[in-house]
Ligand binder design. Structure first.
Ligand SMILES: [Fe+2]
Length: 562
């Protein structure tokens, strides 16, 4: 059974994060974001056709072989019919959008029925199918998803129940997005605002509250100039900006000094953390379950996740490689498959974290790219290559690391990364220059279990730390050892790299042998405003554009800057 999961409409201007996922006989064999192919960040207003073509070609699947298509938004056109079956929240099917979503591929694909699923259900199903728990609660929080902004699900043996859903006006994602815009970090700047929040002191003021007992949200009653009942979705973003202008310092979004907004960012971050804890408490009250899965764009907030993992009382708290909208394609594919009779299944317990869903990169493709750019490269045996990289990092150099199938999702997790040793702050400055980022932006650490121990860090949270979805406090003895990967508040958004993680684990071990600390600072392989690199061709182009990069590694090749 071959099934596609999709999100993204070329005819809907606000649509973003288009992506596709290919499932064969219940197993995800590939997934890819459209932006990696089209080279437009977030692929706003794009459909997923290029990503689908790339996946089908990489896996030798002809469009005619696809048996079902699931779409991760309940976006069915007029005249579609509803489908009865094991999937909650309403399912609709229509064959009227094939030409729209696949402007050119529809010739080979033919006119196809597409199943349209509830967006938050797709978020929930992706969290379920990429984790090893047969029974779990699932908290979905994002900007908005159809008729709600936050949904509480329970899943058991592949069957999902929606326990509660909260109105769009209480959107955690919108609160954070508007706060980011207000603090001059842009509507997509949630990650930047989170970084900025560490520089501010929290005042214990929460913009929004949630009561786990009653399940009710409320605006802080001291906020001036707004009426909670006046909130409506169409104007929600503008209303939040108005709230901030009326109530927070600085009273405009035009201050030239980013750090003026740090106390504000700290309070917004504290608000999100308390809301996340409250929602987790609500879900636990409703179900009594021991496992909580986190999904939706808000689940990219690593500090909130860390607090939920440590304070909510759930025994297991896990996320996935892509809790954001792109990740809904996993859920859409699995739900489409369940309509055909094969229920959504969790992963086996002992499997490695599912991260690298991109197309395989053959040596021939690397060699073709080297020839195209007339780049001189050395082909090296694996051990020697890793030692060479480790020695280069130890000298304070910046290494572009391009290894195998790319990771899905917004984080660089060991396939498309800019790497540097974490021992010197100067190198972080150099990395930030490659990325065109502000010098105050922190970098994440990637490290093995030995690295966590060497830095005396808070323990790994299985299911979160593998995906850089959790912050960890670093012990006093570790602070100077990895100063470039530790934020001003003494935490690190760290990635735990388990054994056998593509080529990344072995590289970190080599770094440990060279420096005594199996850790690197790790940020995505891209330049400002561009998506992460997908192909070897793009990696060489990026190196040519960024003189701060000292070495590009595409195993088995090392490209030295001449
Ligand atoms: Fe979403």
């Amino acid at each position: 059974m071959i099934v596609l999961g999709l999100i993204g409409r070329p005819d809907v201007p606000l649509c973003h994060d288009a992506a596709a996922c290919l499932v064969v006989n219940g197993t995800v064999i590939g997934a890819l974001e459209q932006e990696r192919v089209s080279r437009r960040r977030h692929a706003q207003g794009e459909g997923p056709e290029d990503a689908v073509r790339t996946l089908l070609s990489a896996h030798g699947v002809h469009p005619a072989e696809i048996q079902a298509i699931g779409y991760a938004w309940q976006d069915a056109p007029a005249g579609s019919r509803s489908v009865d079956g094991p999937v909650p929240c309403g399912v609709y099917v229509s064959d009227k959008l094939t030409d729209t979503i696949f402007p050119t591929l529809s010739v080979e694909l033919g006119t196809r029925e597409i199943f349209f699923f509830d967006h938050h259900l797709c978020h929930a199903a992706q969290a379920y199918c990429l984790n090893p728990y047969a029974t779990a609660d699932i908290l979905v929080a994002d900007g908005w998803g159809g008729d709600g902004s936050t949904s509480l699900f329970h899943a058991h043996n592949g069957m999902f129940r929606l326990l509660e859903r909260f109105d769009r006006c209480w959107s955690l994602g919108m609160l954070y997005g508007a706060a980011s815009a207000y603090a001059k970090q842009g509507w997509w700047g949630a990650g930047k605002l989170m970084g900025l929040s560490s520089y501010g002191r929290r005042s214990n003021f929460h913009y929004m509250t949630f009561d786990p007992a009653s399940g009710e949200f409320a605006l802080n009653s001291s906020l001036r100039g707004v009426e909670p009942n006046g909130l409506n979705w169409d104007r929600l973003g503008a209303q939040w900006l108005e709230i901030f202008e009326n109530n927070v310092f600085p009273f405009t979004s035009t201050s030239a000094n980013t750090f003026d907004y740090a106390p504000f960012a700290a309070d917004v971050q504290a608000t999100i953390e308390e809301l996340g804890l409250g929602l987790a408490a609500r879900l636990r009250r409703l179900s009594g379950e021991e496992t909580l899965l986190l999904s939706g764009g808000v689940a990219l907030n690593a500090t909130m996740n860390g607090r939920i993992a440590r304070e909510s009382g759930y025994r297991n708290v896990a996320g996935t490689v892509a809790p954001n909208d792109g990740g809904t394609v996993f859920g859409a594919a699995m739900l489409a498959q369940s309509i055909l009779g094969k229920p959504v299944q969790p992963l086996p317990e002992d499997c490695d974290p599912p991260i690298f869903f991109g197309p395989h990169v053959a040596n021939a493709a690397i060699e073709a790219a080297l020839t195209k750019w007339s780049a001189s490269a050395h082909k090296m045996e694996s051990d020697k290559l890793r030692k060479e990289i480790a020695a280069t990092l130890a000298r304070g150099k910046v290494v572009a690391w391009f290894d195998g199938s790319n990771e899905f999702g917004p984080r660089a997790l060991g396939a498309r990364s800019l790497l540097a040793a974490p021992t010197s702050r100067c190198v972080l400055d150099k990395v930030n220059r490659v990325k065109g980022r502000q010098p105050w932006r922190p970098a994440a650490l990637s490290l093995t279990a030995e690295g966590f121990a060497a830095l005396d860090m808070e323990p790994v949270v299985n299911g979160l730390t593998e995906y850089m979805l959790c912050t960890h406090r670093v012990g006093d003895s570790g602070m100077q050892k990895a100063i470039a990967g530790i934020h001003v508040d003494g935490t690190s958004r760290a990635q735990y790299v388990p054994p056998r993680l593509q080529g990344f684990s072995a590289l970190l071990e080599a770094v440990g042998e060279e420096t005594g600390l199996p850790a690197v600072i790790n940020t995505s392989l891209n330049t400002r405003g561009n998506p992460m690199v997908l192909t070897a061709d793009q990696a060489i182009e990026l190196m040519n554009e960024a003189p701060e990069i000292d070495m590009l590694v595409m195993p088995p090749y090392i490209v030295q800057r001449s």
